[in-house]
Design a protein around this ligand. Sequence first.
Ligand code: NAP
Length: 414
Amino acid sequence: MSFEKIRIPEEGQLIQPHGDGLKVPDQVILPFIEGDGTGRDIWKASVRVFDAAVSKAYGGDRKVVWWEIFAGEKSLEVYGENVWLPNDTLEAIKTAYVAIKGPLTTPVGGGIRSINVALRQILDLYACVRPVSWVPGVPSPVKEPGKLDVVIFRENTEDVYAGIEWEQGTPEVAKLIEFLGSMGKEIRKDSGVGIKPISVTGSERLVRKALQHAVQLKRKSVTLVHKGNIQKFTEGAFNRWGYDVAAREFGDHIVTEADLWSKFDGKAPDGKIVLKDRIADAMFQQLLLRPDEYDVIATTNLNGDYLSDACAAQVGGLGLAPGSNIGDHIGVFEATHGTAPKYADQDKINPGSVMLSGAMMFDYLGWTEAADLIRKGIANTVAKKQVTYDLERLMDGATLLRTSEFASAIIENL
Ligand code: NAP
């Protein structure tokens, strides 16, 4: 294995694939991308909490050997002009299987559309997984934020996000419009056009991941969210294929909502997961009005984009919203917020989102004790009203902490 500007650390070992899962050594090498803007402050704070949690959970028996890899603005410094996402970084993640990253600037008008989208597509990280639940004490715009406890599985490689679009006025879009005309579909000549592909492969593997998660963690339901009443052959097909894969591969574990009422009088038999589906617009209402009726959610890319931010807002915003991008083996864990550049290097921003993404990463590695400690440390610290500016401005009687001080308080409260 050869890299241009990075080296695999000499200490520690790499994760290896093992059947459908991963074999994780006790001294594990994990790559990290620090992130741009506030990413620098956030990473410094987060890594202290990660190391403290692993040390408290396992004594000296387990350890993370952190391996810095580059993307975004730091990559320009190391690899040169316009190299936002070097091959080294992609190869390092493929080699190590699991990585964590801070937020990255989206280059404006540069050779790459979005580093985050590129990472997901190149590494085929087809499931964007975002758990959303309330940390008690966090100010929220709703009366009972604790009723929302969902895990959103959002398809990551297809739909309008695949970036297949042509600009208005170009010869390419004229050609496409003419072709579509020959297929009986009239499009205004002064349009830009985007294509929305949704495949059996993409839909089934995403829904499979959501169902596997529900089975492993004994969740109560999986809801397929789609706009199939209008977009029948893309969104509607996603829904049908979701039911197909559930019936074919998870028949022993699920009961459909229709059967729940026709055969079981509305009460799920013990241990069964209820499979439901909802039209996307209705789902936005449902999550506000009856949040406790939903659990695991599987959806297409654009629906999932909107839903995950709306859910995050419901429990108090982006500062504590973790996320991950998962493929067949590889997992890249990341904050769901951006680089918040106006707060860069001020030791001010809330690092909770990256810290909770780290907890998800430790769960993924099977180091659940460390994951639980991180979540507990954050919950205890927020409960004591020791918080960063974003929460302090909304809480009565809270103590304002800097990013680094928040990390120290979490370590004390692990
Ligand atoms: P943003 O960085 O998410 O920041 C928007 C606002 O959200 C901030 O001004 C702040 O609000 C709040 N916020 C974000 N992170 C926070 C945190 N950790 N703690 C507390 N509050 C936080 O969005 P943006 O300004 O639109 O985007 C900046 C850059 O990030 C862009 O280049 C964008 O493309 C990129 N981006 C990257 C990712 C990613 O890497 N995954 C995701 C989204 C955006 P207040 O000012 O009200 O405090």
